[in-house]
Design a protein around this ligand. Structure first.
Ligand code: CMP
Length: 152
């Protein structure tokens, strides 16, 4: 099992797309094991996007992410990091394939609705930035035997 940190970004919250995007993860039988709304601070943005702090677009990114509340989630599932990034599509909504979340709902590079961790190390680091251990509720869904075979 893998875990990934997901942010429903301010554009997603403001556009009232939270429910539709959460539904897509639930429909895919991915487990949501932590979830909260919060106002991200500039300090947290710098930690989260540490690799982008020196990039020219960083000031705009910080202003966007801190401009309205976000919803942070931890998703758990088999190969969930890759699976969720494929569900999101390319970073720029204009380039995202039809059928992906961004392909269907975003036409922007910055306002691309959802952040998802891009690898296991990033996931561990990002989850610890947004959640304390006791806020994560790993559980086995009652439906588990209808979601995947025992040997998967
Ligand atoms: P995300 O997957 O959260 O990771 C970094 C974010 O920075 C990205 O989504 C976009 O929202 C934003 N971003 C990436 N590249 C650019 C860019 N060239 N100009 C503006 N914003 C960008």
């Amino acid at each position: 099992m893998e875990r990934s940190l997901i942010l429903l970004k301010p554009d997603c919250v403001q556009r009232r797309l939270m429910g539709r995007i959460v539904s897509r993860f639930e429909d895919k039988a991915i487990n949501i094991i932590a979830m909260k709304m919060l106002q991200v601070t500039p300090e947290l943005t710098k930690q989260h996007y540490a690799e982008h702090v020196e990039k020219p677009f960083y000031p705009a990114l910080e202003s966007f992410i801190t401009g309205a509340p976000v919803v942070a989630m931890v998703l758990e599932g088999l190969e969930v990091i890759r699976v969720v990034r494929e569900m999101l599509g390319a970073t720029n909504g204009l380039n995202a394939a039809a059928g992906t979340i961004r392909g269907e709902m975003s036409s922007s590079r910055q306002m691309n609705l959802v952040h998802a961790s891009d690898g296991p190390e990033a996931a561990a680091r990002e989850i610890s930035l947004y959640f304390r251990d006791e806020e994560i509720c790993s559980y086995t869904p009652e439906l588990q035997r209808w979601l995947k075979a025992d040997d998967e």
